[in-house]
Design a protein around this ligand. Structure first.
Ligand code: ZN
Ligand code: ZN
Length: 242
């Protein structure tokens, strides 16, 4: 199973074209676009023909995780004339997104996600867990080829990756803040991300969703110290074998 980072800027686009949250998860012929943050659709098309896209996951309705689904809708409906692409999203998000378009036609087949729900998309088995974030938000566990990764989506410290089984091969954790500056309790600091991943016995940790105003090197140091080992900072275009 391969993870490609399409964008990783926390909450707003970073200078120099830094897109917000978006990831491509692939195993065999299965390709899932996880979060459609602003700026990620262009990057997605550099890695995949849209005829090959198997499904979409939207972890929540904040714009930095979902607005590029409008671009996908236009391409599928009016360009490629593809219908019925599965989308996994919190209940009600389809209606919320419809406030900006008259309708999605039959482009997507919407699947409402709830806490503890599971789904199988091609070669990839999914499990969802409700995080500590104001709109309904779901972390994603993905298994394929005997490997397992967890993506935290956005979360405050009242939820941790410990909601899933320990020992994941990879944890992709939000790490919006530095620990001495946490303006709102709806995100993690790099320290909190590192601690939670260590407690969950994660084999590898990638920090993402960093606040663009902060120094990424400071976040990397803080996260690595808390994790007790090497970590990786997400960067656009990073490809990792889980
Ligand atoms: Zn976000
Ligand atoms: Zn959010």
């Amino acid at each position: 199973m391969d993870l490609t980072v399409l964008g990783c800027a926390g909450s707003f686009g970073a200078p120099g074209g830094g897109a917000c949250s978006g990831y491509l998860l692939q195993s065999g012929d299965t390709s899932i676009w996880v979060d459609c943050g602003n700026g990620t659709f262009g990057h997605l098309q550099q890695h995949l023909a849209m005829e090959q896209l198997t499904a979409v996951i939207l972890t929540h309705g904040h714009p930095d995780h979902c607005v590029d689904i409008y671009g996908l809708h236009v391409l599928l409906r009016y360009g490629l004339e593809i219908e019925g692409l599965p989308v996994f999203a919190p209940e009600g998000l389809e209606g919320y997104l419809l406030t900006l378009v008259s309708d999605f036609g039959d482009t997507f087949q919407w699947n409402a996600v709830g806490d503890g729900d599971t789904a199988t998309v091609g070669d990839i088995a999914l499990r969802f867990s409700r995080t500590d974030h104001p709109p309904p938000t779901y972390a994603v566990e993905a298994r394929a080829d005997g490997r397992r990764m967890i993506y935290t989506a956005d979360t405050g410290p009242e939820w941790t990756v410990g909601a899933f089984d320990p020992g994941a091969d990879l944890v992709l954790s939000e790490a919006t803040y530095l620990h001495d500056h946490r303006p709102a309790p709806i995100h993690l600091s790099a320290k909190e991300a590192g601690e939670a991943a260590r407690e969950a016995n994660a084999q590898r940790l990638i920090l993402t969703h960093l606040w663009p105003l902060n120094d990424p090197e400071v976040a990397a140091h803080e996260g690595a110290e808390a994790f007790g080992g090497q970590i990786t900072l997400a960067t656009p275009g990073l490809v990792v074998a889980v």
